[in-house]
Write a protein that binds this ligand. Structure first.
Ligand code: ASP
Length: 304
């Protein structure tokens, strides 16, 4: 029987893998376990880049993005720019299950959430508002250049939880959920809810997800690029490294290096991989049963 495994982005990914791994051990499907794990991060007000307590856009509104994908059926669902709804990963799953569509945005996504019993709530906390005020760009305008230094330390104003799981039946499932870049222009959507960019999952090719400056991940269709590398015979680790090199190459061509981007992946057998661009300091959590580790991803600079 396949050994369950779940991996998730960043040190707060430990919260997600702890919850998800318990469910996988009970025999729950990969996607359900991954969503439950992601939801524990959405609920944590101390994680300032996901769900409740997430960082607001340039005019102070917390808008969330999420997507989910089932590796067995390739069914997927996504929502973006959703205000006042906390559990957007679960909402993306309802889009997947109850509609003929894949992607709902903004007000439509919010109405759909209300029709399906999700509560309306404020996602600001006193701490998130204070942090938003303290670190906001000096000119008090929304960001014009993603990941730019206008907003002080960019590593403090984003980070997505991406959770990739393989269950006891050997099926893969994945989730990506985020409040996106802090101080983003109102209406901006990053890679996280875009199937193929922030997440892609196919039992036959593996699961992959991204975090970091979403514009750079969308530009290379990061997650689909990785699963296709695995499908073509690369390991999950090699595939993540090739994707990081692709990001580096495109960033150099546009004169914006270093782009802060990280990827993680699972191959169909459940072997993990991860890599990131320079100065991203990307750590990811891995759980196999009760064994939970925080690993450092390999950093790769551009090949000159
Ligand atoms: N990828 C996310 C976005 O661009 C942010 C992050 O993961 O740091 O919205």
């Amino acid at each position: 029987m396949p050994e369950p495994i779940v991996i998730a982005t960043w040190p707060f990914g430990k919260i997600a893998v702890t919850v998800a791994s318990k469910l996988l051990m009970q025999g729950k499907p990969a996607l359900d376990a991954a969503i439950a794990g992601a939801q524990a991060v959405e609920d944590d007000p101390n994680v300032r880049s996901v769900g409740y307590g997430g960082l607001a856009d340039g005019i102070g509104r917390v808008t969330l993005d999420a997507c989910v994908m089932d590796g067995k059926t390739l069914q997927c669902g996504a929502v973006a720019g959703v205000e006042h709804i906390r559990h957007v990963a679960a909402l993306a799953k309802v889009v997947m299950e109850k509609t003929p569509h894949i992607f709902l945005v903004g007000e439509g996504a919010k109405w759909f959430a209300l029709q399906n019993g999700f509560p309306l709530e404020t996602l600001n906390t006193p701490e998130s508002v204070a942090e938003w005020e303290k670190n906001r760009p000096k000119d008090r305008k929304p960001l014009t250049h993603p990941g730019s230094k206008e907003m002080g330390d960019p590593s403090k104003s984003h980070d997505t939880v991406t959770v990739l799981a393989r269950d006891k039946d050997g099926n893969l499932g994945g989730v990506c959920t985020t409040s996106g870049l802090g101080y983003k222009l109102p209406g901006r959507v990053g890679d996280s809810p875009i199937i193929g960019a922030g997440l892609y999952v196919d039992n036959l090719a593996g699961a992959a997800g991204g975090t970091g400056v979403g514009e750079e991940i969308i530009r290379v269709t990061g997650s689909f690029f990785i699963t296709e590398q695995i499908r073509a015979g690369k390991s999950a680790q090699e595939a993540c490294e090739i994707a990081v090199q692709r990001v580096n190459a495109t960033a150099v061509r546009r004169g914006v290096h270093p782009a802060r981007v990280a990827f993680l992946a699972l191959d169909p057998k459940g072997n993990p991989g991860a890599a990131c661009t320079m100065m991203t300091d990307f750590k990811y959590a891995v759980a196999r049963g009760d064994k939970i580790e925080l690993l450092q991803a390999k950093e790769l600079g551009p090949k000159m």
